[in-house]
Design a protein around this ligand. Structure first.
Ligand code: MG
Length: 246
């Protein structure tokens, strides 16, 4: 416990001192238990969107408009139908792109370029997150259902360039998306990553099922916990969560 913490406790009545000491000890014990559950981890895999930046940036508001534009033009449907298909393919296939490829033979290259041409002015550098990620032992990886060029733009806007050993996009899994286990297997094989020594950080809980089944430690990153058997931990503060692992 820090000197400042003891000084603040010493100024309080004894009953409160005892309660606070017990609470601090319990929190410290919990922190050590969480840290112990990651002691075997040598590969840290991070999703990108709404995981390495806060959902308040609302980048998907921009991306979804561009996805609907693309669907409308590529399939020759009206806007309402394009919006419905965008959402239903996302729910059914994991990404809108996978639905477009499977059901309409759409070329993924132009789609990925077009939907990710968005403004990133809502993103700020996050030095605390950068420092926490840099302290992690072993390989540090980004794996997104977006494209690698888009991921690199986002990482630059967050001040996270150069701290990851590799950045993988949906193109590295042959355009098969998370949550398909085959997509994770393709990317992890490419990287030489052993899942049983890995941890996966994600905002979309669907994308933690396969990593859990493959033996990874799973962390849901989001504003609210969504308890599920394939989620080991939840945090709304990724930098804070990573800091307690050291
Ligand atoms: Mg995400």
């Amino acid at each position: 416990m820090s000197l400042k913490c003891w000084q603040s406790l010493a100024a309080k009545p004894r009953l409160f001192q005892a309660k606070e000491i017990a609470l601090i000890a319990a929190l410290d014990k919990f922190r050590r238990m969480v840290a112990a559950s990651f002691s075997h981890v040598r590969a840290w895999v991070f999703d990108l969107d709404n995981t390495l930046y806060p959902p308040e940036a609302r980048l998907f508001d921009q991306i979804e408009v561009r996805m609907t534009d693309f669907v409308q033009r590529a399939l020759g449907v009206d806007r309402a139908e394009a919006d419905r298909l965008r959402a239903s393919y996302w729910a059914r296939y994991g990404t809108t792109l996978a639905g477009l490829m499977n059901e309409h033979g759409v070329d993924p290259g132009p789609y990925l370029y077009e939907v990710h041409e968005i403004g990133l002015s809502h993103l700020d550098p996050d030095p605390d997150l950068a420092a926490a990620i840099q302290r992690l032992p072993g390989r540090r990886i980004v794996y997104t259902n977006g494209s690698k060029p888009y991921a690199e733009r986002v990482l630059a806007a967050r001040g996270l360039t150069g701290i990851f050993d590799a950045v993988y996009g949906v193109e590295h899994a042959g355009f098969r998306p998370k949550p398909e286990q085959a997509a994770f297997e393709a990317v992890f094989a490419l990287d030489g990553l052993a899942p049983e020594e890995g941890a996966m950080f994600e905002d979309d809980i669907r994308n933690l099922a396969a990593p859990h089944a493959m033996g990874m430690r799973t962390v849901h990153v989001g504003p609210e916990p969504l308890p599920h058997p394939h989620i080991h931990h939840h945090t709304s503060d990724l930098a804070g969560f990573l800091s307690q692992l050291g």
